[in-house]
Design a protein around this ligand. Structure first.
Ligand code: SF4
Length: 914
């Protein structure tokens, strides 16, 4: 066997020849495996997670207040064990056996104490390497004829240098692969290579030389298009091209595919694919208090652990009340039970009722009741059970989605390491999971395709001369720094025969690998630096500076800037050229038609008499119809809405709902309250309802907010009750149903509070929680308070009373806003009565329906945008003019509020049409 050994050669093809026998190219892992096989030492590898677990048990065994690692271990045992094990492995690989006396370092003393414990620790790579060395020291033969080193022997890590010595002693020929000599042409590439080799050579070749190009791209798409075009321009010449993949090639692969070329398939591994979230979310939802966002994330997964109808019902409940265990949640569970029972009964199950009841109990158990204090930890049995549930759910789809196999095996690993742990605190569990999941997994849909060019993952893998080398992703490789060992530690270790590589040796080897790739380019070297990756600015590769420095030295007759310009190009310089020419290849490009922004359509043609209100109208529908018929059509006619996971109330919306509920509960008990008693009751209800209606406030770090909102809500209830009493009103009903009919369509709504004065006059009060009362007051003043007008009209219909009153109560500000004379001097003076406002609204609705009948669907926001683009006038002015025009026709104008509309991208208001 003849081996070519390089520190970066793990994972490369064994040979580049068309046919070869007995020739292997490999790195340290590959060589270790070959030697183990030859020496009969092969064994089953152990997942690192088990070794960390075993080492953690060793640390637990000697942990005490004075232990060197005690404080870190108390905070995060898993991470501390992982770090200590990493140091220990580094030492063992270098020959440490834990038997030396140390006085200089508490770290070494702790490691020594741990090493000498009689507790199991599965062998890892260091043990495997030391075993091989032991066998070689005994003179056991491995039957290798020769090893050619890519890096000079002295640049190998000490342990590998020693191992090579042992092989040489048993007759293995250790040679050195010829070092690259650079290009023999007269070119900029050759000139710079000569400088780097320390040779005298010619200077820069000024014109039309593109043998050395440092190409700058603004982003991955620009770089990908450019490289794909270059490769497609001369496919017959790609055989002698070597591509170094310095970064993810997903975007490049898409560009290659568009040009009919094979993919490189170097998508970065990721742990953030949706399917990989199942296990972490299943475990993250095992802690107290309920984190509603995490629960929503789990229920919203495309491949969720629960059936779709379960997720749908629960998400809808959470969108109504962002918590668990409340009224909406219970109703959802009832709905699920009914649905499940009906499904079972449909299949003839005679025990459908009992099974459905148990099913809902299990759900409630997993999602709500089976939760544990993060500090105390989750019992190992429950953890294993949760993992088993994931295994059972995913097990059904293993044949369809190979990625599930990995998730199942991660769940199994978690089960194994949970054994014997009793209770596992949250920090430890999350670290364990991190280690089990590791960096993540490959996207199995992307793989390298057969191509004429050669692809490598590291410059150190370019070990032969190549005609053209492309370095894709010439960015800072961001290699992690090596362990810091202090000088006294190193001295003691060296005295014991343990030699740990210095950081500078590692850096030197790395820099040599970069240079090796560069010097192996015979005719062309193109390095593609992408200035922004994933939208983030990145620095170029350190070797960029080395090349630029050499360019400056080579082109002595030019200024540094001139010399630099001869090799540095920008992708955008090649844009918009009919005759595209780059680095020896040409392409004739056809101009594509300029992309036109989406045309703004203020009124869509739709089939006549088709779009019309369905059976029922509500205030929200009327408001949408008047403000923007397009919005109404999308939301209420077509039934489009945001996914439930994005509609979870938070902030003011959540507080408003909670406050409404507190008022409802208070007045359900008694109809008359004194402010102090109501405030006390509100405080109690706040505490009771928080888990079901605002559970996010129970999370760690939200204590201050939770108390602040409690105070604010108590104050709001106090002022509300005080105002009701002050104006001589009594509460007749909360959430009082109201109804009416408009053009033969029923109209329904619910008044937050239905009040009565001493004379029996009705007062509809709508409560709002908002940071400012300004806009609601403005509405009432302007006579555009459609909600009040609608409720007042419905109430008047029901009571056949001449006078009804309506108003807003701004909870956060404690303000009553109404034009009712019952408020005396505090009443707002409106521009028109609520009755007049309602009449104007009806006139507007008539026109909207008339338009729809005739097949015209208007997007009012687009009409305003269109006017703005044509005239340049401000939106405020345009809206004021429209309001005037509506007024002249006796109609009500409402601002479409496009900024808050979910359909802006559908109608063209946002997303590039402007
Ligand atoms: S963004 Fe504006 S114009 Fe478009 S549908 Fe929504 S409200 Fe109407």
């Amino acid at each position: 066997m003849r081996i070519i050994f390089g520190m970066y050669l793990d994972g490369v093809p064994w040979s580049n020849q068309l046919a070869s026998i007995g020739e292997v190219r490999t790195g340290p892992w590959g060589l270790l495996s070959i030697l183990e096989t030859r020496l009969g030492l092969s064994g089953l590898p152990v997942h690192p997670v088990h070794r960390i677990d075993e080492y953690m048990r060793r640390m637990e065994h000697i942990d005490c207040d004075t232990a060197w690692f005690h404080n870190s271990f108390a905070d995060d045992p898993w991470s501390t064990a992982r770090q200590m094990l990493m140091w220990r492995d580094e030492l063992v690989e270098a020959g440490w056996q834990g038997d030396m006396n140390t006085v200089s370092s508490l770290r070494l003393q702790a490691l020594t104490e741990l090493e000498n414990l009689d507790l199991p620790l599965s062998p890892g790579r260091p043990e495997r390497l030391r075993k091989v060395i032991k066998q070689l020291e005994k003179g056991n033969k491995v039957g290798i004829a020769s090893i050619n080193l890519v890096e000079p022997w002295k640049l190998l890590p000490p342990v590998w240098g020693y191992l090579m010595g042992l092989l040489q002693e048993q007759g293995v020929r250790i040679g050195q692969l010829p070092q690259p000599t650079g290009s023999k042409h007269t070119s900029n590439l050759a000139a710079v290579q000569n400088i780097l080799l320390g040779n005298a050579g010619h200077g820069l070749v000024p014109l039309k030389d593109d043998s050395l190009v440092l190409l700058e791209a603004d982003n991955e798409w620009q770089a990908a298009e450019h490289l794909a075009l270059w490769l497609a321009a001369a496919p017959d010449f790609n055989e002698q091209v070597t591509i170094i993949c310095g970064s993810d090639t997903s975007i490049l692969d898409q560009a290659l595919k568009r040009r009919g070329l094979p993919c490189l398939g170097r998508a970065e591994i990721s742990r953030w694919r949706q399917v990989q979230q199942i296990l972490p979310l299943m475990l993250a939802n095992a802690w107290k208090p309920v984190d509603i966002r995490l629960l929503v994330e789990m229920l919203s997964l495309t491949k969720t652990p629960f059936p779709w109808f379960v997720c749908h019902s629960l998400l809808r409940a959470i969108a109504e009340e962002p918590g668990v265990g409340g009224r909406a949640w219970e109703m959802a569970l009832d709905e699920i039970e009914t649905s499940y029972r009906e499904r079972l009964a449909k299949h003839g199950d005679t025990q459908s009722a009992e099974k459905a009841r148990q099913y809902v109990q299990q759900l409630q158990g997993i999602l709500v009741e089976e939760r544990f204090d993060p500090g105390e930890g989750i019992p190992e049995g429950v953890l294993r059970d949760r993992c088993q549930k994931v295994i059972n759910w995913l097990g059904k789809g293993l044949d369809k989605d190979p990625m599930l196999i990995e998730i199942v095996s991660q769940a199994r690993e978690m089960q194994k390491i949970a054994l014997g742990k009793g209770k596992i605190p949250r920090v430890t569990l999350e670290r364990m999971l991190d280690t089990v999941i590791g960096a993540g997994s490959q996207n199995l849909d992307i793989y390298e395709e057969s191509a004429s060019w050669h692809v490598v993952d590291h410059p150190g893998q370019v070990i032969e001369p190549c005609r053209e080398i492309i370095w894709w992703g010439f960015q800072d490789p961001m290699t992690s720094s090596s362990t810091y060992w202090s000088q006294p530690e190193r001295s003691e270790l060296q005295a014991a025969g343990v030699f740990i590589e210095e950081a500078r040796c590692f850096r030197h080897r790395e820099a040599k690998a970069w240079q090796q790739a560069f010097l192996n380019a015979k005719e062309r070297f193109i390095a593609i630096y992408i200035a922004r990756m994933d939208g983030e600015a990145v620095s170029h590769h350190p070797y960029w500076d080395t090349i630029c420095q050499a360019v400056t030295q080579t082109g002595k007759e030019y200024t540094g800037e001139e010399a630099r310009k001869m090799v540095v190009r920008k992708c955008k310089e090649f844009d918009n050229q009919e005759n595209w020419a780059f680095a020896g290849r040409n392409h004739t490009l056809k101009k594509v038609d300029g992309a036109k922004p989406v045309e703004l359509i203020p009124a869509y043609r739709v089939p006549e008499k088709v779009i019309k209100p369905k059976a029922k109208l509500s205030y929200s529908q009327i408001s949408a119809l008047i403000a923007c018929p397009m919005k109404w059509a999308l939301q209420y006619y077509a039934g489009l809405s945001l996914p439930q996971s994005q509609a979870i109330p938070s902030g003011n919306q959540m507080l408003g709902t909670l406050c409404h509920r507190i008022v409802e509960e208070l007045y359900a008990v008694q109809k008359q309250w004194q402010p102090e008693a109501a405030a006390k009751g509100a405080g109690n209800l706040y505490d009771q309802l928080l888990p079901s209606m605002a559970s996010e406030l129970l999370l760690e770090g939200r204590m201050v907010e939770k108390h602040r909102y409690r105070e604010e809500i108590i104050r709001a209830i106090y002022t509300l009750v005080e105002a009701i009493n002050r104006y001589g009103l009594t509460v007749e009903a909360t959430e009082a149903p109201l109804e009416g009919e408009i053009n033969g369509i029923s109209l329904t709504g619910y008044a937050d509070l239905l009040l009565r004065d001493h004379g029996g006059q009705a007062f509809v009060l709508d409560m709002k929680w908002s940071i400012s009362a300004k806009y609601m007051r403005q509405e009432v003043e302007d006579g555009s308070a459609l909600q009040l007008a609608t409720y007042a009209w419905m109430l008047k219909n029901a009571e056949a009373a001449p006078d009804v009153h309506a108003g807003y109560f701004m909870l956060a500000q404690g303000q009553f806003i109404s034009d009712s004379p019952l408020l005396g001097s505090n009443a707002v003076i409106p521009a028109r009565s609520l009755e007049e406002t309602w009449d104007m609204a009806v006139a507007t609705l008539d026109e909207v329906w008339n338009d729809l009948e005739q097949g015209s669907l208007k997007a009012h926001g687009i009409e305003e945008l269109w006017t703005h683009m044509q005239s340049g006038e401000s939106f405020d002015k345009i809206r004021a003019q429209r309001q005037e025009q509506y007024l002249e026709k006796g109609m009500l104008y409402l601002n479409p509020l496009c900024e808050y509309c979910d359909f802006g991208r559908l109608c063209g208001w946002s997303g590039g049409s402007k």
